[in-house]
Design a protein around this ligand. Structure first.
Ligand SMILES: *Cc1c(COP(=O)(O)O)cnc(C)c1O
Length: 244
């Protein structure tokens, strides 16, 4: 018996089924490989184990302390994606305490980018993939670089430079607005803006960028518009409890 958290047989079966249902939808509409990241925030470590048991290795978490705790009690070959709002003061904790941090998807300032790089370099650990978060909808309550923020170009240049030792620029991330994700139109305009920005940045900086866009309510549309990584929580794990 391993010391990993145990999951009941019923829960194992139900999570496996919902994961496979989402995965088959993803595979049905994508012509190129799309990564499905299982967003497990506020769900118990035993739920993560259930999917781990059937081969899932990419999980997304939103809260630094919760991620650190889960990473300590779960298998070391899980690829963790930090997808929550990142405070500058927490960059150090992330860099130091999660050896297998696969990606930080919510870098929204040059300062945080540099802080994360410096801390990771001094503490050691695998290279971290970076997605720059973009506030495509321009909503005030959303984090992310504004579409025309010059600091965005500065951050891309830093990630490309020799100065940057422990981070790798992987792509752009956005959370579409509720209005766009529920509107009847053919296209999600927030996703469209992210695609256009990707093209501009690739042209200007000579980089290759992937796109992390799409959640439970809009991942199908996101894939149709070119997403390479979708972050799905509720459709796999069910409704989340309130955070206290
Ligand atoms: C919670 C969260 C998700 C998952 O949302 P669901 O609607 O439950 O699929 C995806 N991305 C981010 C950034 C999140 O915070």
């Amino acid at each position: 018996m391993s010391n990993f958290p145990q999951v009941s047989e019923a829960r194992q079966k139900s999570l496996q089924q919902s994961y496979e249902a989402v995965l088959s939808q993803v595979n049905l509409i994508s012509s190129t490989p799309v990564r499905l990241v299982a967003v497990s925030k506020l769900k118990p470590a035993s739920d993560i184990m259930a999917l781990y048991n059937v081969g899932v290795r990419h999980f997304g978490e939103n809260y630094v302390q919760e991620l650190i705790t889960k990473a300590q009690e779960l298998p070391k070959d899980i690829n963790w994606h930090f997808i929550g709002g990142l405070q500058s003061g927490k960059c150090k904790d992330l860099a130091r305490d999660i050896e297998h941090l696969y990606a930080v998807e919510t870098i929204d300032s040059f300062k945080k980018c540099k802080k994360l790089d410096t801390s990771r370099t001094s503490h050691g650990g695998s290279e971290i993939n970076i997605y720059l978060q973009i506030n495509t909808s321009g909503e005030e309550q959303k984090s992310g670089f504004a579409l025309d923020d010059p600091e965005l170009d500065q951050t891309v240049e830093y990630l490309k430079s020799e100065e940057c030792k422990s981070l790798k620029l992987k792509g752009l991330m956005t959370i579409g607005s509720f209005t766009e994700s529920t509107s009847e139109g053919d296209e999600n305009l927030d996703f469209k803006k992210l695609v256009e920005l990707k093209q501009r940045l690739q042209g200007t900086h000579g980089v290759e960028l992937e796109l992390s866009m799409g959640m439970s309510s809009d991942f199908i549309q996101a894939i149709k518009q070119g997403s390479s990584s979708v972050r799905v929580g509720t459709a796999i794990f069910g409704e989340r409890p309130p955070r206290n």
